[in-house]
Design a protein around this ligand. Structure first.
Ligand SMILES: Nc1ncnc2c1ncn2[C@@H]1O[C@H](COP(=O)(O)OP(=O)(O)OP(=O)(O)O)[C@@H](O)[C@H]1O
Ligand SMILES: [Mg+2]
Length: 267
């Protein structure tokens, strides 16, 4: 029996798919491989937490999804289409990236929030609502963005990305400068968007508790490779590889060192 033809524009169930992705950069000691053979996929409406030691390649992997960098090997598919075949503006609207060190543009917070809609020729966003969504006081709208604290800038960067109504959100250490309460406001908001709009999220974090709270799936990266992929609960309860076991043990020890005396007995 002949196969049914595949509709050309049928949306892929996979928001993101990496197929054998590699990236090499020149260095003083010759070419240095920073990503090697990365494969994996994430369905719509799922939250992937991406963890791993510093230098593992997490930010590099994110940057391939909206073409801040291109892979030298393999392919990256967004909604079933290879990233390099997308119109860049459309790709960047639909795949929002909150960077590790967000850049504020000159002007007020309101000006910053208006940038994406101006670029994409859409009506001005409701800055008041956007700030509320990320737990910031809307009275900040008229403040020069450069005067905000690091944590406030991170949240304005998230609000700015959300004004595009992306369907994929990439967050690179988005809560690292925030106190626990502000971090949890951001987590809850992103989780609400996942539930209400089936937003797909890749969330990079060094905070293992957060990776566990936020993730449906978790990938551990090390030295440019994805060394373990799993459902988040299973990954943290019963990691399969030695490297994941060691990484989780070391992470938990590091977390304990930051606890105040007397807090250890809580967990
Ligand atoms: N522009 C660049 N030029 C040279 N090397 C780079 C460049 N960008 C990244 N690297 C190297 O690529 C590797 C992966 O970096 P990447 O920033 O993706 O790691 P990461 O997992 O995000 O680390 P961190 O947790 O510290 O943010 C590192 O060894 C880094 O030094
Ligand atoms: Mg990084």
């Amino acid at each position: 029996m002949p196969h049914a033809p595949v509709a050309k524009h049928e949306p892929s169930p996979w928001a993101i798919e990496f197929r054998g992705v590699g990236r090499t950069l020149p260095s003083e000691d010759g070419p240095k491989s920073i990503l090697t053979g990365v494969s994996g996929r994430l369905a719509r409406g799922r939250v992937l937490t991406l963890i791993g030691p510093s230098g593992a390649g997490k930010s590099t992997l994110l940057s391939l999804c909206n073409l801040l960098q291109t892979p030298d090997m393999g392919e990256v598919f967004i909604w079933g289409r290879e990233v390099r075949t997308w119109l860049l503006a459309e790709l960047r609207r639909r795949v929002g990236l909150v960077m590790q060190q967000p850049v504020m543009l000159p002007g007020t917070v309101a000006d910053n929030l208006a940038v994406p809609s101006r670029l994409h020729g859409r009506p001005q966003p409701d800055g008041y609502r956007l700030l509320q969504q990320v737990g910031l006081d809307p009275s900040l709208l008229q403040r020069p963005a450069a005067e905000l604290s690091g944590g406030q800038k991170q949240r304005v960067a998230l609000a700015r990305i959300l004004s595009n109504e992306p369907d994929i959100l990439l967050v690179d250490e988005g809560t690292s400068g925030l106190d626990r309460e502000s971090a949890e406001i951001m987590e809850r908001h992103v989780r609400r968007l996942v539930a209400s709009r089936s937003l797909t999220v890749v969330w990079v974090t060094h905070d293992l508790e957060q990776a566990r709270r936020m993730g449906d799936e978790t990938w551990l990266m090390d030295k440019g490779r994805v060394v373990e992929q799993g459902i988040t609960e299973a990954f943290f309860e019963a990691p399969q590889t030695e490297i994941a076991k060691r990484f989780l043990r070391a992470g938990l020890r590091a977390d304990r060192r930051t606890l105040a005396p007397g807090e250890e007995d809580e967990s």
